[in-house]
Design a protein around this ligand. Structure first.
Ligand SMILES: Nc1nc2c(ncn2[C@@H]2O[C@H](COP(=O)(O)OP(=O)(O)OP(=O)(O)O)[C@@H](O)[C@H]2O)c(=O)[nH]1
Ligand SMILES: [Mg+2]
Length: 138
């Protein structure tokens, strides 16, 4: 059984998409083992997106992700790391397959509604960044 870190980004929260996205997760059958609405500090945002530090859009990305509340989610399930990425669809909503979250709810790469860890290593790192010891269900 795998765990991954998922997030509803500020655009998704602001647009009232939280219930629909949580419903998709629960309809799929993933178990929510951590869930909180929160503001992300600049420090946490820069650590979370550290791999993109040298990219031209890094400042914009950090401004966006710290610009309003997000919903941080820890998910558990069989192959949930790739499964949640598949439910989100391609990074650029224009390339996302119909039925995916990014295809159904977003139009731009910069505001693409959700995040999902891209590997077991990222999942472990990001879960540790957003959830403290004892905060997640056993
Ligand atoms: N403004 C802007 N944002 C970008 C661009 N490329 C990527 N991003 C943002 O940076 C985030 C992280 O990029 P990636 O990690 O490559 O994409 P991803 O893994 O599909 O998305 P995340 O789940 O958010 O990590 C994306 O989700 C976008 O929101 C870009 O060219 N311009
Ligand atoms: Mg990524």
């Amino acid at each position: 059984m795998e765990r991954t870190f998922a997030m509803i980004k500020p655009d998704g929260v602001r647009r009232g998409l939280t219930p629909q996205i949580l419903a998709r997760i629960q309809n799929k059958g993933y178990r929510i083992v951590g869930l909180k609405q929160m503001m992300i500090s600049r420090e946490t945002a820069e650590a979370h997106y550290g791999e993109h530090r040298e990219r031209p859009f890094f400042g914009e990305l950090v401004d966006f992700i710290t610009g309003g509340p997000v919903v941080a989610i820890a998910l558990e399930g069989e192959n949930v790391i790739s499964g949640w990425r598949a439910m989100m669809g391609a990074t650029n909503p224009a390339n996302a397959a119909p039925g995916t979250i990014r295809a159904d709810f977003a139009t731009t790469t910069g505001e693409n509604v959700t995040h999902g860890s891209d590997s077991p290593e990222s999942a472990e790192r990001e879960l540790g960044l957003f959830f403290g010891e004892g905060e997640l269900l056993k």
